[in-house]
Design a protein around this ligand. Structure first.
Ligand SMILES: [Zn+2]
Length: 209
């Protein structure tokens, strides 16, 4: 059985042959030019390694202090989570919820999903939830917004610079590293290859049982 997932261009609906691009090539839609696929070298291995790195980095990024603020003799340290709590306490419940989801919960779930998927593919270990995990991860892609949170930290720091003494903590460096790793993660994940491998694994599993 041959299942092709992209038989129509997602942008202009032009019907296309199954993807045949190989590593180093790019497949564009001949009509609208949309980048359809860009096979990556050792995508499973790289995604697996980056997922492990991201999972490890998640904890210092969230638990270690990001900035130390000394203002009028009072010293405060801010961790990622305390920003969410401060917003919540100031009555900005909606903003607090969005920040919590987009910068803490969704990134964590996203990393765990890519860790699970690439780990199963790396060890050729079938799992009937692989396709579900893959779909959930795609939905989360649009909701992981670490960079947005990073920008707001920079803006807040610049504003505070004149009023207070700021000290950057390890949490901030871990957070920056986490942004780099998640960006590389999305860039290295070869969608077509992952789906192909998932189908191979599930076919093998079905034939064996
Ligand atoms: Zn097109």
């Amino acid at each position: 059985m041959n299942i092709t997932h992209y038989d129509a261009c997602p942008e202009c609906d032009l019907l296309l042959n199954p993807n045949t691009a190989s590593v180093g090539e790019k497949a564009h839609c001949p009509r609208c030019g949309l980048l359809l696929s860009r096979p990556r070298k050792r995508s499973v291995e790289r995604t697996f390694a980056l997922s492990i790195a991201g999972f490890i980095l998640f904890f210092p990024a969230n638990l270690l202090p990001m900035v130390g603020i000394t203002m009028m003799g009072n010293a405060n340290t801010g961790v990622l989570y305390s920003g969410v709590v401060a917003l919540f306490n100031n009555g900005m419940v909606a903003v607090a919820t969005v920040v919590f989801l987009a910068s803490i919960l969704f990134p964590l779930v996203h990393i765990i999903l890519s860790l699970l998927i690439s780990g199963h593919l790396y060890f050729n270990y079938p799992n009937r939830y692989l396709a579900h995990w893959m779909r959930w991860m795609h939905h989360l892609d649009e909701w992981v917004m670490l960079e947005v949170y990073m920008l707001s930290i920079i803006v807040a720091c610049v504003k505070l610079m004149s009023l207070a003494k700021l000290e950057f903590g390890w949490g901030l460096y871990a957070f920056i590293a986490l942004i780099v790793v998640t960006t590389l993660l999305t860039g290295n994940l070869d969608n077509n290859l992952f789906w192909q491998r998932i189908h191979q694994l599930s076919n093998r599993d079905n034939n064996a049982s």
